[in-house]
Design a protein around this ligand. Structure first.
Ligand code: FMN
Length: 192
């Protein structure tokens, strides 16, 4: 089967996070995001792709800060509320009944009940006509102890981080399960 080039998300699984920001007037905003990628291990940058018409992008430009909240599958309905096109003056934490969690290094709060909170400052914006790629520097990375061991490995069967696969006219929300194998990083280089 041959697919159209724009159907990349039909063949690639993507994470679903909520990005929390605050406007220059102090209004809280939260929006679901799938185009989120850490930039190469073990660096400390993350990139998000944003259409130009997004309150999230305006807020990041205005304040230079954002939080990437890693969402559990139990928060799908909150994700769907935040995906609505509210005007910039609407507090989306209120609309989705999200509880703010004070951040350590940035002004936008995280969201209570999430699996992890990635506090970022704006490092660079790569501007295109219709979209921007935002590169954030991670200032603080925190995770809920309930879902992680002491080395920081996620119990993803317990945490159930939300992901998505796109279809012809709908999104399927999915989550990772073990494929039956682990691999030490050293195995990439030495085979052991
Ligand atoms: C699961 C999901 C993933 C999304 N991913 C993105 C994305 O990666 N980039 C983007 O610009 N919009 C994305 N959107 C759309 C925005 O979340 C949506 O337009 C939202 O209303 C934007 O809110 P804001 O204007 O408050 O930023 C996604 C929506 C959903 C439901």
């Amino acid at each position: 089967m041959q697919l159209k080039p724009y159907m990349r998300e039909n063949v690639l699984c993507m994470p679903v996070v909520l990005i929390s920001t605050v406007s220059k007037d102090g209004i809280l905003n939260a929006a679901p995001w799938g185009n989120v990628t850490p930039i190469l291990r073990p660096l400390d940058e993350i990139m998000i792709a944003s259409w130009i018409k997004r309150d999230t992008l305006d807020n990041i430009r205005d304040t230079g800060e954002f939080v990437v909240n890693v969402v559990p599958s139990s928060m799908i309905e909150e994700v769907m509320v935040c995906s609505k096109n509210f005007p910039p003056e609407t507090d989306e934490f209120c609309e989705a009944k999200l509880k703010p969690k004070k951040s350590h290094c940035v002004s936008p709060p995280g969201i209570e009940g999430c699996i992890s909170w990635i506090e970022c400052s704006l490092k660079e914006e790569i501007k295109r006509d219709k979209y921007s790629i935002v590169i954030g520097k991670i200032e603080h990375l925190e995770a809920d102890d309930a879902y992680f061991d002491e080395s920081g490995n996620m119990d993803y069967e317990k945490a159930k981080p939300l992901c998505m696969m796109c279809g012809d006219d709908e999104i399927s929300y999915v989550r990772p399960v073990c494929a039956g194998r682990t691999a030490k990083y050293s195995e990439m280089f030495t085979g052991r």
